[in-house]
Ligand binder design. Structure first.
Ligand code: ATP
Length: 355
């Protein structure tokens, strides 16, 4: 398995890119550790597949280099990079049996037959196709075929990395949970470097130890699920992760306080920002206390979402969401306080740290 270095990667699909918006990837410069499980998360069109294909070698970047363990692989083919890749739709041999589909990549590399058998049976068990080993792939359902694809990606244990591009899209929801936890287990057992593209935050947060959030062709944050939740580095991350997302309110910054409309809120630190920057306060709906104390708020609507309620309200002229437990009482003259430790300040959309 390998450490993956993305060295100033930029990519434009069209000829003669002029401005940043002509680039599908604008500037990606990161190092992902050997054996890490990374989820690549972001909205449609943000560049996830482009980056994955550049790592695998299916696509040559317009600028920059890819290194595996410090060795430049930018000009190597996918095969030479020794990468396993699983796509959104099945890539299998229809005329082969389920067993042979999985055995093929191993036999191709000269693995001895008893070892082939052991590994194939292991993976067949994991993807829940143990009873179908002798069946021809062509008779199977779309989700069974996709499981074979997944199995083919996982059966080799000598690859530099395994890349997954939304591999569970066609799998039914229950099986998705099963396969996701199986993948996690396999990752723990074999420690392979894993990059998993998804636009589904639940999938990313449950699966990965580091989530790489992409937005408009850039990586805006790499963090643990807790870091992304508590300290979103960009207002987009705060908004995209969480349901509902982080509240973002325009504020005027004073040294260690902010003004929102007629309200003044003390901060537990003094953010440093450049003069003239657009400043905003970010607070998660879970960290706003709704009750009889604090600043006035107008409750507009309450949505019951099972064990919690989402209160849609207006605070200092701005719409906000507040999450409360299902048994919370919502007073008619409600007031709010913000947990100071949960407040993040942003200047031109980027978080201003507490240091
Ligand atoms: P999705 O979740 O929808 O797959 P994504 O985050 O994987 O999206 P990419 O497929 O990498 O995004 O696309 C990034 C940008 O590059 C988009 O604006 C897309 O339209 C553009 N793009 C992708 N593939 C091509 C291509 N072959 N030719 C031209 N433009 C492309």
């Amino acid at each position: 398995m390998a450490r993956i270095t993305l060295d100033h990667i930029r990519h434009a699909y069209g000829p003669n890119p002029k401005s940043d918006t002509d680039y599908a990837l604008r500037e990606v410069d990161h190092e992902w550790r050997d054996g890490g499980a990374y989820a690549l998360l972001g909205p449609s069109g943000c560049g996830k597949t482009t980056l994955l294909n550049i790592i695998s070698g299916l696509l040559q970047p317009s600028h920059g280099r890819i290194l595996f363990d410090g060795n430049d692989v930018t000009n190597l083919s996918t095969q030479a990079r020794n990468i396993a890749q699983v796509f959104q739709f099945p890539v299998i041999y229809d005329t082969m049996t389920v067993y042979d589909n999985l055995a093929f990549p191993l036999r191709n590399r000269g693995v001895a037959e008893p070892e082939v058998d052991r590994r194939v049976r292991d993976i067949l068990e994991m993807i829940d196709l143990g009873g179908m080993a002798k069946r021809k792939a062509q008779g199977l359902t779309a989700d069974q075929k996709q499981k074979i694809s997944l199995g083919r990606g996982l059966v080799r244990n000598d690859v530099n990395a395994i890349l997954f591009d939304e591999p569970l899209t066609v799998i039914d929801p229950h099986m998705k949970w099963v396969l996701r936890s199986q993948l996690k287990r396999l990752h723990k057992q074999f420690g392979f470097t894993m990059v998993y593209v998804t636009h589904d935050q639940t999938e990313a947060l449950t699966f990965a130890d580091k989530v790489v959030v992409m937005y408009e062709g850039e990586i805006v944050q790499i963090g643990t699920p807790a870091e992304l939740f508590e300290r979103p580095s960009h207002t987009f991350v705060g908004y995209f992760i969480g349901s509902p997302g982080m509240n973002v309110l325009p504020v005027q910054l004073q040294s260690n306080a902010v003004r929102i409309g007629n309200e003044t809120l003390s901060l537990d630190y003094a953010p440093q920002t450049a003069a003239g920057a657009k400043t905003e306060l970010g607070i998660r709906p879970e960290f706003i206390n709704l009750g009889r104390e604090g600043m006035p708020v107008t409750v507009n609507r309450v949505e019951d979402i099972g064990r919690q309620k989402v209160v849609r309200a207006t605070f200092a002229g701005q719409p906000i969401a507040i999450v409360v437990t299902e048994d919370s009482e919502i007073p008619t003259d409600a007031r709010v306080t913000f947990d100071p430790a949960a407040i993040n300040i942003y200047a031109n959309s980027w978080r201003v740290g507490r240091e």
